[in-house]
Ligand binder design. Sequence first.
Ligand code: ADP
Length: 492
Amino acid sequence: MPSSGRGGWRAVTRSLRFRLTVSYVVLFMVALVAIGLGFRGLLSSASRRQVEQTLEEEFGEVKGFLRLERGKPVWFFDRQDPDEAVIVARLRNGVFVLADSTGSILEASSLSRQIGLQSRAEIVRVLAANRPILRLLRDPEGEEYVLREGILVDGQAHYFVALGLSLADSNRLIGQFTKAYFLLVPLGLVLIGWAGWWFAGRALAPVVGIANAAREISSSNLTLRLAPPGSNDELENLVATFNGMMERLEQSFNQVRQFSTDVSHELRTPLTVIRGHLEVALMTAKTPEQYQDSIHTALQDVERISHIVRALLQLSQAESGQLALQKQPVDLVALIDELREQYVMTGEDRGIRFELNLPEMAVVEGDRVQLERLITNLVTNAIKYSHEGGLISISIALLEHDVELVVEDRGRGIAPTDIPHIFDRFYRVRSHDSSPEKGLGLGLSFVAWIAKAHGGSIRVESAVGQGSRFIVSLPVPEEGLESSNELRDSKA
Ligand code: ADP
């Protein structure tokens, strides 16, 4: 037991180990008391039954030895036979009452007079009931007797016979048993408490181990994992869950760390370039054209920096729910038509070709700016990750409840291990080839957010070296027909 005062004691009483032990003890106490009481009840009913059976036998003996001659009781037995004499003496000296049909006592032992004789009315009632009655009686000293009141038939006449036996012996035995048992119960409970404390300690030891190991973990050693106990039970499950959580934490920590590195890198390069340009301009530029040229290049880099910062800001606004969608009917086919030239231009230097497979119109209820961003992100990725001269196809299918937009390329594809992560914020597949493309790993997170915010979804099918298919499903609005008609009317 702890010696560190009240705080320590309170900590112990709150501990799972203590509560488990107390539960054991309480449970055992209830069980032991119930068993004791049940056993006591069984013992007393067995001894009562035994006494009743003996009374039945004694009644048989009375019938054998007692004759009534003109209403007078006469005991017939072989006076030479010591056994018979003893039996008759026992019967007559025990609780014995004999009365005639009017209720007058013919013979009563002194013991039965001590206990209290039956009244006339009682005797008449037993005779009228015409069946033996068993009763429990207490003498003035409180000793218990079982009384059997029955009927003795002699010719036409009916007589009342009461026999009784004391329960004192069996009560004493039961009393001794009860006392001994209930004296042993506290001792048993102490033993059970001690064993419970020990078992609970043993069972909870791995939990304490887990807590100690978890305490060792900090952001600098996220690689730490707990050793599975190999017990194939809840604790094993707990350790596995804990390790799984550590795995995910480590991954996100690494992603964030990687992201900070990427952001600083992304921002540092244009900043260095701007600085270089400006320094050179300051030292070497002579003519206004040269100044203008330098400022122009610097502005381009500033533009790149603000693009990165804007993307970051918007994504965090989107994910924290601060970016409200301005919904209106948007025809995706018209939108792609508008953007088409821009895409073609972007892919031109690398000889990338486009193939469009679009219906007449595909109206969804959405935010035009965000839908444009979704399509542009998918198409720029397709361009970025295509080989030179590659083919990109953009198609739209009108399904019953959805509009399905598919952007497909024949580029480098995505490994199955990366697929589950590409929509994660900051996740980028490390490229082994020295591809010049750069990114922050934010594009697809944004795309996924936009699809979800429109009540839709995005999935990807891809094979390394063969290309990728990004499929976006957007729900057709309930009043889809109406809005597409509106749109058609407004176009007309
Ligand atoms: P990034 O700015 O790096 O392109 P994204 O979020 O747009 O970030 O994409 C995440 C990662 O998914 C990319 O780093 C890239 O490896 C992979 N990816 C996205 N689109 C494609 C594609 N069409 N083909 C192959 N890989 C792709």
